[in-house]
Design a binder for this molecule. Structure first.
Ligand code: ZN
Length: 491
């Protein structure tokens, strides 16, 4: 038993064992902060958020590092276009990145290092590669990595040097020793951000950043390194080459890559305007719909973004919340919230159902252990929703604790997916209805201020008939769903 992972490096599913027992050290490539991230960028954030949560569910301690690339050509270009400093662009979109992760319900990584805060370590690292003969300085101060000197180049992507050579000829820099060599350090051009180095002022290359921050925070060998499949080559291949050349040790034990997103059947492309910002999609469908959309497919398969698929995802999430709400109401009506589960007292039907719940939980966990198969795990969960909807129709008094158990189990299994933790009422009835209630509260407050108590009381009475309780606490009015007690409190 235990968790199994498909390792891009070996192209096999392997039993996961961390280097240090009980402790997972993982690194995932973060954003280049020059714009809001689009819905395709959201996939690795969600996928590796679930990977992290699942390890924690299984009792591991996780140290999760996700970098922020805050110096890059794209940032410099955007800054020039807007007539502001690259730092201003980087700061603006770093802030937006954090906000958007929160909108998606992604837990913050334990460390979120910024490239610009690690430059001295990067300079040290490049110097080490130069000293070992793996890197060379060109006139002008660019530093390149000698790809052919590193044995095993291509082992992640499965590309041969011949193949790569054919591809590399397209953009040959005449000054390089070999077309395959990649930049570790870029000499400063006028007006660009720059830092001092023994071989001349400049800035680090993108590949270098990840290696230095990953090893700086997690040690020379990481358990897991993740990212999108588009990063396998050249980014991750280069990370391996420079890291292993520097340390002589394996850089990463398990490489994980998520599949890519197509936008309405085509490649997502900002330059073609063929994309949507993640924040806009969340705004329209809700964060759980976005998470569900991704998690209902295996993380390694490609997915196609369409509005129909998002609408389906939204409805699927709503279905679960609807059940949660029904369970909660039934428990409320029959005073079942405090009933203890006692197998001895259950009816025959109840015992069969309990056995089913236990089996469902086990199956869910097995699927998650099997290379984080969220698609199959969600399949089990939705089967459970179906069964529960049948079971709850006609529940004997003795079996009431099973409704509570069902409610808790859905929450418990939803948690590692970042799903089904919200107020059932708000989710089942939708955000718009919640906002309508809040609007009525505002109107009522205004009426009371104008001493139009009759109308104010009528609003309160009508809402009560609809099952919504208003309570005045001083200046504030809070509301809850009257018959369940599970409603959110709003001010
Ligand atoms: Zn990276």
């Amino acid at each position: 038993m235990g968790i199994k992972i498909y390792n891009t490096l070996t192209k096999r599913v392997e039993a996961f064992e961390p280097l240090e027992p009980g402790h997972v050290k993982m690194y995932v490539c973060g954003p280049t902060v020059y714009d809001y991230f689009h819905i395709g960028n959201a996939r690795p954030f969600i996928v590796f958020d679930v990977v992290r949560r699942w390890f924690e569910y299984r009792g591991y301690r996780v140290t999760f590092v996700q970098n922020i690339t805050d110096v890059d050509d794209k940032i410099i270009n955007r800054a020039a276009a807007e007539g502001v400093s690259p730092q201003a662009i980087a700061e603006r979109y770093t802030q937006a990145y954090w906000e958007d992760l929160e909108r998606l319900g992604v837990l913050p990584a334990n460390y979120q290092p910024k490239a610009t805060e690690w430059i001295p370590k990067m300079v040290e690292f490049v110097q080490k590669l130069i000293d070992k003969g793996y890197a060379y300085v060109l006139e002008g101060g660019d530093v390149y990595f000698r790809v052919r000197k590193f044995e095993g180049y291509g082992k992640l992507s499965g590309k041969s040097l011949e193949e790569l050579e054919a591809g590399a000829r397209v953009e040959v820099d005449e000054r390089k020793e070999d077309p395959l060599d990649f930049a570790l350090w870029k000499a400063a051009k006028p007006g660009e951000p720059k830092w001092p180095a023994p071989w001349g002022e400049g800035r680090p290359g993108w590949h270098l950043e990840c290696s230095v921050m990953a090893m700086g925070l997690l040690g020379e060998t990481l358990d897991i390194h993740g990212g999108g499949q588009d990063l396998i080559f050249p980014h991750h291949e280069n990370e391996i080459a420079q890291s292993e050349a520097a340390t002589g040790k394996p850089f990463v034990r398990y490489w994980m890559h998520n599949g890519l997103l197509k936008y309405q059947g085509e490649k997502m492309s900002k330059s073609l305007g063929n994309f949507e910002y993640a924040r806009d999609v969340v705004e329209r469908y809700g964060k759980e719909a976005v998470r569900y959309f991704y998690l209902s497919k295996h993380y390694r398969t490609p997915v196609n973004f369409t509005h129909e698929a998002m609408e389906d995802a939204r409805r699927a999430v709503e279905r679960v919340y609807h059940l949660l709400e029904e369970l909660d109401q039934e428990l409320d009506r029959r005073d079942g919230h405090t009933a203890e589960l006692n197998v001895e007292k259950l009816t025959k039907r109840g015992r069969t159902y309990l056995a089913y719940l236990e089996r469902a939980k086990r199956e869910f966990e097995e699927h998650m252990d099997d290379d984080f198969n969220t698609a199959a795990a969600l399949g089990v969960l939705f089967e459970l929703v179906k069964e529960a909807n049948v079971f709850r129709q006609d529940v004997a008094e003795e079996d009431l604790p099973l409704l509570k158990r069902t409610f808790e189990l859905i929450r418990e299994l939803g948690a590692p997916l970042g799903l089904f933790q919200e107020s059932p009422w708000r989710q089942a009835h939708g955000e718009v209805q919640a906002q309508l209630v809040e609007l009525l509260i505002e109107v009522r407050k205004e009426l009371r201020r104008k001493r139009e108590y009759e109308l104010a009381d009528r609003i309160r009475a009508r809402l009560r008939e609809l099952g919504i309780e208003l309570k005045d606490k001083g200046e504030e009015t809070v509301w809850s769903y009257a018959s369940t007690g599970a409603g959110v409190e709003g001010g």
